[in-house]
Design a protein around this ligand. Structure first.
Ligand code: GDP
Length: 390
């Protein structure tokens, strides 16, 4: 599909940047318009693939932001976006949105800017355009503590209530041991970009394709049209390694062995994708709809393989709403299967974040209640004999 892609906040912008990088490395044509929005001037300098004039700073006159971010305060993030809505609208005015099939807003839910400002931006986009607006959101890891969990539990409701679909990525499930946080994020963003671009970029080519079974953007829109939360599975195998170092970095973690015939290979690949680490760990059978995209050189694509994989997923997910299609890529050096599980309802991480958030909220309220008393006790002498100056 043709996508308008907007990153809000630090993580959201990095993810959009990675999507554009992966897209250009694989000659895909997904992101027709990109934009990043942030309250922190320094974070706006980080992307490598976003044009300068598509980077929007908001809140630089807000007294709690002033171009330095919102300090993880989700309410300030939302307030800043509301105050600067005219500026955000003006930035959208430059975009001929009628060229796109949908809009994707990416953000992390654990910080302040993405989790607070992105839902405000999404609400405005829903008012301005008829096209579906999807969210792509990063859930904080348990290890990050109570405040990010509280931000995420609040922001998740706003995201899901205002988007046509919310695709989730769980930092907890994707954290690798022995890496620095920065290295970890880099790898996670690459994994996420690979999945999302392979999925949403299916069916977009420079020239019209004659592929019989080609994926159409209306199939993707149909599968996402559940107003719920989605998760993505992915697996790939090299078919003709061209030694492209940069691109190989997008692959190394999910290689599988070649199998003998292409139908069996495809069937195995799709099963592998469903049983792989999902962007949001969930009970697969709780999904409402599913979609399979098989991307690779036309010679590797087998209609029989895709059909039997589709039947298998129909049983696994226990739904008749399973769509499947090819994404032929003449010069591709990998065969990839991506499976979208739409409207998954059994996801232990979301329940765990909500529990952590409730605990954090209670602790914050308790601390606020005793704070004034503690300060008064600290600055006053024991018998109240000394008066303040003013
Ligand atoms: P914001 O600019 O205020 O929205 O703040 P961030 O986007 O940095 O949000 C902080 C949350 O995002 C925390 O839960 C971090 O773990 C997570 N985070 C920050 N950077 C990345 C990243 O590059 N990738 C991923 N997956 N998560 C990130």
């Amino acid at each position: 599909m043709k996508l308008g892609t907007i990153g809000v906040g630090n993580a959201g912008s990095k993810i959009v940047d990675k999507m554009v990088e992966f897209e250009s490395l694989t000659n895909r044509k997904l992101c027709r318009h990109v934009m990043v929005i942030n309250t922190a001037r320094t974070d706006l300098t980080k992307p490598d693939h976003i044009p300068e004039n598509r980077r929007v700073l908001i809140g630089d006159t807000h007294q709690k932001a002033k171009g330095h971010g919102v300090g993880g305060d989700v309410d300030v993030g939302a307030e800043v976006a509301k105050n600067d809505m005219d500026e955000i609208r003006r930035a959208f005015d430059d975009v001929d949105i009628h060229e796109v099939d949908a809009i994707l807003v990416c953000a992390s839910l654990g910080g302040g800017t993405g989790s607070g400002a992105a839902p405000v931006v999404i609400k405005e986009l829903q008012k301005m355009y008829d096209e579906p607006v999807y969210g792509l959101g990063v859930l904080p890891g348990k290890y990050e503590g109570g405040r990010p969990a509280l931000n995420a539990a609040r922001s998740l409701q706003s995201f899901v209530n205002n988007t046509d679909n919310f695709i989730a990525f769980d930092n907890d499930a994707w954290r690798s041991k022995g890496q620095t946080v920065g290295e970890g994020y880099e790898g996670m963003n690459r994994e996420l970009a690979t999945r999302i671009v392979t999925l949403l970029g299916a069916g977009e080519y420079d020239e019209a394709t004659t592929a019989e079974n080609a994926m159409d953007s209306s199939d993707i829109i149909r599968t996402l049209d559940t107003n719920g939360i989605s998760s993505i599975g992915y697996a790939s195998t090299t078919v003709n390694n061209n030694g492209d170092g940069l691109l190989n970095r997008f692959r190394e973690e999910h290689e599988i062995e070649d199998t003998t015939n292409s139908a069996a290979k495809i069937n195995g690949l799709v099963r592998r994708a469903v049983n792989s680490r999902l962007t949001l760990p969930c009970e697969v059978s709780s999904a409402d709809r599913a979609l399979i995209v098989l991307s690779g050189p036309p010679s590797e694509l087998s209609r029989k393989g895709l059909e039997s994989a589709r039947e298998w997923i129909e049983k696994e997910v226990d739904t008749v709403e399973v769509l499947a299609g090819d994404d032929p890529r003449e010069n591709a050096s990998a065969l990839s299967a991506v499976v979208l599980l739409s409207n998954v309802t059994e996801t232990p991480r979301i329940k765990a974040i909500q529990e952590q958030a409730v605990e954090a909220q209670e602790k914050i309220a308790e601390q606020e209640a005793v704070r004034e008393e503690e300060i008064a006790n600290l600055i006053k002498d024991k018998d109240g004999k000394i008066d303040p100056v003013i």
